[in-house]
Design a protein around this ligand. Sequence first.
Ligand SMILES: CC(C)(COP(=O)(O)OP(=O)(O)OC[C@H]1O[C@@H](n2cnc3c(N)ncnc32)[C@H](O)[C@@H]1OP(=O)(O)O)[C@@H](O)C(=O)NCCC(=O)NCCS
Length: 173
Amino acid sequence: MTSIYARSSAGVTVRPARPDDVEAVRAIRNHAVEHSTALWTQTPQTPAEGATWLAAHLERGSAFVAEADGEVAGFAVYGPWRELEGYRHTVENSVYVREGRHGLGIGSALLAALVTAAREAGHHVMIAGIEAENTASIRLHERFGFHHVGTAPEVGTKFGRRLDLTLMRLPLA
Ligand SMILES: CC(C)(COP(=O)(O)OP(=O)(O)OC[C@H]1O[C@@H](n2cnc3c(N)ncnc32)[C@H](O)[C@@H]1OP(=O)(O)O)[C@@H](O)C(=O)NCCC(=O)NCCS
């Protein structure tokens, strides 16, 4: 263990992301883009876009990966919730676990590390914006004390249907 964030759950180690994680992270994210309503876009990240996106997270220490059986099995990041400076104490999270490894505690291990890091960085609130029918993600966030603060009906669309956005909130301080 080389980091205070490293922790194990069912053979899984969570550690801060590194630049060489970029292609594994991009593959997991792009799988969700192409096959799920977790991310409301159908445009996969290019290698250049993935590198730029991860670099911004690496700079502020807000990206973590879970390793299992020698491969990156998931990632979690946080970043600004909204751009105006009045929102600067609030961050929004994202947690993605590789297909085939869901339900094994990996998302929980990642979210634990992410919440700890956001607290240590002095942030005040963490928000999760979740497609309202994503019961796995809602359960994951409930498990960490996030509370449902509202659902905005039909604010998104993907795969030919309208999507509702559930917001969940965790006080960090
Ligand atoms: C959501 C996601 C990150 C959860 O990660 P995970 O590793 O599968 O979750 P865990 O194994 O740590 O389980 C966390 C909780 O969710 C529950 N859960 C997991 N999968 C579930 C499912 N399909 N349905 C209902 N509950 C589920 C677990 O039982 C556990 O709750 P418990 O402690 O009460 O038993 C993962 O399913 C995933 O990557 N999904 C696709 C991408 C996505 O939706 N990301 C979130 C975008 S908001």
